[in-house]
Write a protein that binds this ligand. Structure first.
Ligand code: SAM
Length: 296
């Protein structure tokens, strides 16, 4: 089958022919620039035969690029209406047995069953409304997903990759740093999508560590981080009152008047080691902060 590059005209024509209108609720901004697809595939450093998971294949622009890189590809798409158009684009790979199309919601899927312990890469233009929760759920839970190359909104990507001292360093940055290293590896403007989003996008690479970065229980680390960033303008002696005493902070070389955005992940681990929560309080913090992850 001859290869036809993706373009704006071709994307619009495919949508029209299948009677589809891009859904804002599902974050449907379709890539329609072959150069950007090629850049993502190149940055993903796929070796032929690598198992790759794409979340949200949409009309298959990136899917086709991943198939050309000879990945063993599984895609997960929640929108049933888009599947015929997707199959028109890449159905021949499905028939050849190198592509598996799963119709499901990636936030509800049984990922352990899908992955079956096989090392896999995630390469995706993630649906923007669920990108941060997806990353923060899947990276901790699935060591098989050892490398990620994903496109997300600039703000979300910068938050995942931020380090101490930056205004956007927050819960996502510190939680992810326990499991892996996130870096921004590229920027993408709105013009390569149909429809054009209002915001810029970035490409984020996450290399998951084989072992957590810090020798401390993750639930405890997460609880301290969430409690402190829950009141991010307050000094630690205030926000962590009753959990870590100022004297304990001094003993581990942390100034109790510091604010959370100044604290390195290794220091969060030190705080977690000395923090005392009762179980009920820890659960409350998890619950309260879950909906704030995007904005913290
Ligand atoms: N990969 C395509 C591209 O680059 O042109 C489409 C990317 S578009 C930003 C996001 C895609 O994710 C859409 O196809 C949307 O239907 C799908 N999607 C949204 N929420 C999803 C979910 N919870 N699980 C799986 N797919 C989802």
């Amino acid at each position: 089958m001859t290869f036809t590059p993706i373009s704006r005209t071709r994307t619009r024509e495919l949508l029209d022919r299948h009677g589809l209108a891009p859904s804002r609720a599902l974050g449907q901004n379709f890539l329609c620039d072959q150069g950007t697809v090629d850049k993502i595939v190149r940055l993903a450093e796929i070796e032929p035969g690598d198992r790759v998971i794409e979340i949200g294949p949409g009309l298959g622009a990136l899917t086709a690029g991943l198939c050309r890189a000879k990945a063993k590809l599984t895609v997960v798409e929640t929108d049933a209406y888009i599947l015929p158009a997707l199959r028109e684009m890449v159905g021949h790979h499905e028939q050849a047995g190198t592509l598996r199309i799963i119709h499901d919601d990636a936030t509800k899927l049984d990922w352990s069953e899908l992955l079956g312990g096989v090392p896999s890469l995630v390469v995706a233009n993630l649906p923007y409304n669920v990108s941060t929760p997806l990353v923060l759920d899947l990276v901790p839970a699935h060591p098989e997903l050892h490398r990620w190359l994903v496109m997300v909104q600039r703000e979300s990507g910068e938050r995942l990759a931020a380090g101490p001292g930056s205004k956007i360093y927050g819960i996502p940055s510190v939680l992810l740093a326990y499991w892996g290293e996130a870096r921004i590896v590229g920027s993408v403007g709105p013009d390569v999508f149909l429809p054009r989003p209002k915001v810029e996008s970035v490409l984020v690479r996450i290399d998951r560590f084989s072992e957590p970065a810090y020798d401390v229980d993750f639930a405890q680390y997460s609880a301290v981080v969430r409690k402190a960033f829950g009141q991010r303008r307050k000094m630690l002696r205030r926000s962590l009152a009753g959990v870590v005493e100022p004297l304990q902070m001094e003993e581990i070389d942390i100034d109790p008047t510091t604010r959370p955005e100044q604290i390195h992940p290794a220091k969060w681990a030190d705080l977690a080691r000395v923090a005392t929560f009762d179980t009920a309080e820890r659960q409350d913090i998890e619950g309260e902060n879950d909906q704030n992850v995007q904005g913290s």
